[in-house]
Design a binder for this molecule. Structure first.
Ligand code: 6PG
Length: 471
């Protein structure tokens, strides 16, 4: 059936994210047409969209494309991977030069580069665009991270600015750079998300096992923290999670959830790419590894019986809470510092031209890693041009410095009590290494030269040196 009216915005993929995003677009006054092969999703969008402005839905791809005003603005919200290629292949016959395609999924940035280059040859403008905030964000205001051909962004800007989350009235969206800049920024956002989630989990374990905090105590702690410098979406939802009753049994839901975390790959991609760029992101690396360790449930249970655990070190609950607050703040900042450093290097390497102040600014609301600290972070990058790493920002020195004794003390307690806190420890080790002028890597250079004649440089003169090392 041909839908006669012409719509300003098209959305392919009416799953949870797509449905919510298109409802948000329609509610903001843009006529929007959805497409999905599944007629049930088409019907449910029509029902949900009734009364929300001009919104339609269809399972007919040809009529979908023909019903959009030119240049067409079509967003894909389908699972990352081959499906994106399949959808693009199916659309090509219907599109015309000048049309705009937006991939709003968590696509790998190299796939986005390939698609952008292919589509550019056909005159189609392709935007790899990070969308963060889950279903609720898509409906009421996500953080949007678009990258692609700069000249066409003006076509998308009014829609994206209307639907994006607002921070003090500022829309949490900005054109970020060419090619895969948007997907890349979203990938690192997710890496930071992995780090922050793992850190929060470690704090939960040490408070529960060493401090004897109940779920209700934990809910209170995270709620208190959410009113201070730790204010963030993840801290806020953590407080709520500890209050949730189990709908299928007695007690709290958190205690009934299996401790095996799944992953779709964006955290791993962040780590893999950081290795390629030569930028250290150890908090993110360990967060990815901990999801892998969590999957080894049977082995962990077997091993637990082989190695007795030490008794928890006695600590006053209030003291432990205080140490944890400082450690979590410290480690959150280290995680942002690592991710943003990776973005800084990627921007140079891939020519993205990222403005890190802008990146931090569009993360202040809507996205999963939103936090009050991002306001300070965006100001640091704005006021200190050329800043590569937050640890070098004067704005953060005093705050970080004041937390260090607490982080060391907490990790001492955790280690003595046998509570694993690898992301917190990695954050501190990263900090210790980053702030050490002379590391023992001179020995590594000596060893490399000893066994492989790989040469070394000296501290007192230029050039490369090799030594016939005495036996
Ligand atoms: C977001 C999230 C979103 C998704 C993660 C989950 O910003 O809205 O990051 O993209 O929830 O990709 O990733 P894992 O399944 O790998 O934990």
């Amino acid at each position: 059936m041909q839908i006669k009216d012409s719509f300003e915005f098209g959305l392919i993929g009416l799953g949870v994210m797509g449905r919510n995003f298109i409802l948000n677009v329609a509610e903001n006054g843009f006529s929007a047409l959805g497409y999905d092969l599944d007629p049930r999703k088409v019907e449910s969008l029509k029902k949900e969209g009734a009364g929300l402005g001009k919104i339609g839905a269809t399972s007919n791809l040809k009529s979908f494309v023909e019903s959009l005003s030119r240049p067409r603005k079509i967003m894909l919200l389908v699972p990352a991977g081959g499906i994106v290629d399949d959808v693009i292949a199916g659309l090509l016959a219907e599109l015309k030069p000048g049309d705009i395609l937006v991939d709003g999924g968590n696509s790998h940035f190299e796939d986005t580069n390939r698609r952008e280059a292919q589509l550019r040859k056909l005159g189609i403008h392709f935007f790899g665009t990070g969308v963060s905030g889950g279903a609720a964000g898509a409906r009421s205001g996500p953080s949007i991270m678009p990258g692609g051909p700069a000249g066409s962004y003006d076509q998308l800007k009014p829609i994206f600015e209307a639907v994006a989350a607002k921070y003090n009235g500022d829309p949490c969206v900005s054109y970020l750079g060419p090619k895969s800049a948007g997907n890349f920024v979203k990938m690192v956002h997710n890496g930071i998300e992995y780090g922050m989630m793992q850190l929060t989990g470690e704090i939960y374990q040490v408070l529960a096992q060493v401090g004897g905090f109940s779920n209700s105590d934990l809910s209170g702690v995270f709620d208190r923290w959410n009113r201070g410098r730790l204010q963030s979406f993840l801290v806020e939802i953590t407080s709520k999670i500890f209050r949730q009753k189990d709908p299928l049994g007695d007690g709290q839901l958190i205690d009934a959830i299996l401790d095996r975390a799944k992953q779709k790959g964006t955290g791993k991609w962040t780590s893999q790419n950081a290795m390629d760029l030569g930028i250290p992101v150890p908090t993110i690396d360990i967060a990815v590894s901990m999801r892998a360790i969590s999957a080894l449930k049977a082995q962990r249970e077997q091993a637990e019986n082989l190695y007795p655990r030490p008794e928890p070190v006695p600590v006053e609950a209030a003291d432990l809470e205080n140490l944890c607050e400082q450690a979590l703040y410290f480690a959150f900042i280290q995680t942002y510092a690592q991710g943003l450093h990776q973005l800084c290097e990627a921007s140079r390497e891939y020519g993205y031209g990222l403005d890190l102040a802008v990146v931090a600014r569009i993360w202040r609301a809507g996205c999963i890693i939103r936090a009050s600290a991002l306001e300070d972070i965006s100001q640091a990058f704005e006021l200190e041009p050329g800043l590569d790493n937050l640890l070098l920002s004067k704005r953060f020195t005093a705050g970080i410095r004041s937390c260090i004794p607490a982080v060391r003390k907490l990790l001492g307690i955790a280690i003595s009590s046998g509570v694993p806190m690898p992301a917190t420890a990695s954050s501190l080790s990263y900090f210790d290494a980053f702030t050490t002028g002379r590391l023992p890597l001179n020995l590594i250079q000596a060893q490399r030269d000893y066994f492989g004649s790989h040469t070394y440089q000296r501290t007192d003169r230029e050039g490369s040196f090799h030594t016939e090392w005495a036996e």
